[in-house]
Design a protein around this ligand. Structure first.
Ligand SMILES: Cc1ncc(COP(=O)(O)O)c(C=O)c1O
Length: 404
């Protein structure tokens, strides 16, 4: 079985100029925007008390994004808020005026008309963009990488988007979407990653993800936990991780929880940057084959990378069996705990936390992270069974078993 690899963060710090993106004030605006949607509801924070006890932890909280807007993943939070901020900017208004009612009104149609939002996706982000464009009367074009599944394609197509599956990987689909947008009148790229010269919209997307962090912080408080000791967050390009890390670093400026960034081993670009430890990002290319489709991205978000290298504690590269184990554990937790239906990219945190606590092969990492019976751990199950066939193959049929 392939092993989990890890690196403690020993990278040189920068002047932290990206952290302000995730200021509490910016995130309050994102939350207010999402709150204006009739589909909005705070997603559950599942408290797995018995699982925590079983593993030797103080408590374990899992933010369950399978309930987000009926879309089975958190991603829509980002694309929708970025569209609202883009429209606000074009109209010279503040995003606080961009409520759902206003954005879907005839008035907006007259003032703004229609733009075409282009994006590349493994599935969840594109579905979020297509859904938001559909709801807000805008147009969308979505490109998916080689190997994307039919279910994910269909979920995007049914929102009225023009969608294709290409013969190239995710990062090349991003370049394709950007090139097409540049040639389309009123074409706008809404990409969930940043690169040099393309940073404004991804920053807005990260702020949109902030709604999930702010809900979780509030829910933890209500459960009697003022501050989690550890946060586990998974990364593809790292926008989500940078957003969560950024929010909690702003919320707890003097004592940020220990944050562990997890990636699929086939696309562990952030981990490789942490291993190199010179502060520069690293790129992984090729087919990036992993069951964690949402994490199959080899080129880091440049603004997130800055937040992560300044604040995150550990970078962990996880083989597929870690995610599969997490899916099974969350699907069939200890008696009395709530079940969380968690897909491949959602469950890697559960698989890693359990492996660290149970397997002495990883004792050094467990101790370095400082996980023990007083730890109060937060993780994000960022998707439900977005690929239902594969979900059952793993959870019901025992795919990617840890015993082989
Ligand atoms: C379910 C899920 N979890 C996590 C991620 C990782 O987010 P990011 O690419 O911002 O690192 C994705 C990205 O698509 C995703 O779909």
């Amino acid at each position: 079985m392939e092993q989990i690899k890890w690196a403690a963060n020993r990278m040189p710090k920068s002047d932290d100029k990206q952290l302000g993106i995730m200021s509490l004030e910016n995130i309050a605006k994102a939350r207010k925007f999402h709150d204006s949607f009739p589909q909005y509801a705070v997603t559950p924070l599942a408290e797995l008390k018995n699982m925590a006890e079983h593993l030797g932890l103080g408590d374990l909280f899992v933010k369950d994004e399978s309930y987000r807007f009926g879309l089975n993943a958190f991603k829509v939070l980002g694309g929708s808020f970025a569209m609202a901020r883009y429209i606000a900017q074009q109209l010279g208004r503040d995003v606080s005026e961009m409520t759902y009612d206003y954005l879907t009104s005839d008035k907006l149609r007259q003032e703004f008309g229609q733009a075409t939002f282009f994006t590349a996706t493994d599935g969840n982000h594109g579905r979020g963009v297509a859904w938001a464009a559909n709801k807000l009367g805008q147009k969308s074009v979505v490109h998916m990488p080689k190997g994307s599944t039919q279910t994910r394609f269909d979920n995007i197509a049914k929102e009225g988007a023009k969608v294709t599956i290409e013969e190239v990987n995710y990062d090349d689909c991003v370049r394709m979407a950007a090139a097409e947008a540049a040639q389309t009148p009123r074409g706008v790229v809404v990409q969930d990653t940043a690169w040099e010269g393309y940073e404004e919209i991804p920053a807005w997307i990260m702020q949109g993800y902030g709604t999930m962090a702010s809900e979780a912080a509030e829910q933890l408080k209500a459960a009697g936990v003022d501050r989690p000791t550890h946060i586990f967050v998974q990364a593809g390009v790292g926008s989500l991780a940078g957003a969560m890390q950024g929010y909690f670093a702003n919320l707890f400026p003097d004592c940020c929880p220990t944050t562990i960034i997890m990636e699929a081993q086939a696309a562990d670009c952030l981990y490789r940057g942490a291993v190199a430890a010179d502060g520069n990002l690293r790129i992984v290319d090729g087919d990036l084959q992993t069951i964690m489709a949402g994490l199959a991205c080899g080129e880091p978000n440049t603004i997130s990378w800055d937040i992560l290298k300044n604040h995150s504690s550990f970078f962990v590269s996880c083989p597929d069996w870690v995610a599969a184990k997490g899916m099974r554990m969350l699907g069939a937790p200890c008696k009395g705990d709530p079940q969380v239906v968690s897909g491949e990219s959602g469950a890697v945190g559960m698989g890693l936390i359990a492996t660290l606590m149970e397997n002495d092969l990883y004792k050094e990492l467990r101790e370095a992270i400082g996980l023990h019976k007083n730890s109060k751990v937060l993780m994000f199950s960022t998707e439900g069974d977005t690929d239902p066939e594969n979900y059952r193959r793993i959870v019901w049929e025992g795919g990617y078993a840890t015993t082989k």
